[in-house]
Design a protein around this ligand. Sequence first.
Ligand code: NAP
Length: 258
Amino acid sequence: MDLGIRGKRALVCASSKGLGKGCALKLAEAGVDLVLNARGAEALEATAAELRAHGVSVTAVAADITSPEGRAQVLEAAGEIDILVTNAGGPPPGLWSDWSRDDFIKALDGNMLTPIALMQAALPGMMARGWGRIVNITSQSVKAPIPALGLSNSARAGLTGFVAGTARQVAGSGVTINNLLPGIHATDRAVSLDGGVAKAQGISVEEAKANRCKTIPAGRYGTAEEFGAACAFLCSQHAGFIVGQNLLLDGGGVNTTL
Ligand code: NAP
């Protein structure tokens, strides 16, 4: 399917690896010019080189997207963008009793206030030009809380509320905002989460992964490419009537009717 976005320009945050990279890859395959971001320059440059092979222009900005300075640097390099994919690393696991106010502020900064600041920066230009696509990478924890990820449950719920209201205020200007909610996907983040479970239960990482697979109707972890394909579709010309939605990509893991 031709996504109809060849020649558009996208900023994909936190995209040297994992789900962000999957989104950047599928946008590159659709002919979208890219601005990529991550903190580590080496992996970022390697990903940029890989994606240039698709014949699109790729600018790489090594910066922490959750800091005001890093964000300013990324936004300046990005300039006028048609597509924004927000993403950042997830907060650490723990128990409800572990976290201080500072831990909450850090999680809110990374997974709620950073995507909001990026949307506030990108929206005026998109609305003035009458076209835009914004996709926020959040988590299945928005639909069903993950006990060990209370910081993520909290911050992402706040972002989801902001998007629900804002998406409906900007849709009339040709701009859509939607959220993609990953369940478990085979990325470094999953390896780290499985590592935590393995340590806590005294089992191997492979056993932790096998046990988790048994809880997923699809019987496996998702891939970054599958995730990126859904993102590219939401960024396509075909998705202009999809507004303020929260799309689960979880292999059926969250047991809900709606
Ligand atoms: P990942 O494989 O660990 O990749 C994270 C990417 O983000 C890397 O490119 C990393 O590069 C970059 N990054 C992290 N913090 C950053 C920052 N402050 N500024 C700029 N770039 C940053 O993680 P993932 O699995 O793709 O997860 C992406 C998001 O989805 C996370 O918020 C995660 O919590 C959420 N999620 C993932 C899963 C899953 O199963 N994978 C499930 C639910 C939710 P640098 O480290 O070099 O900066």
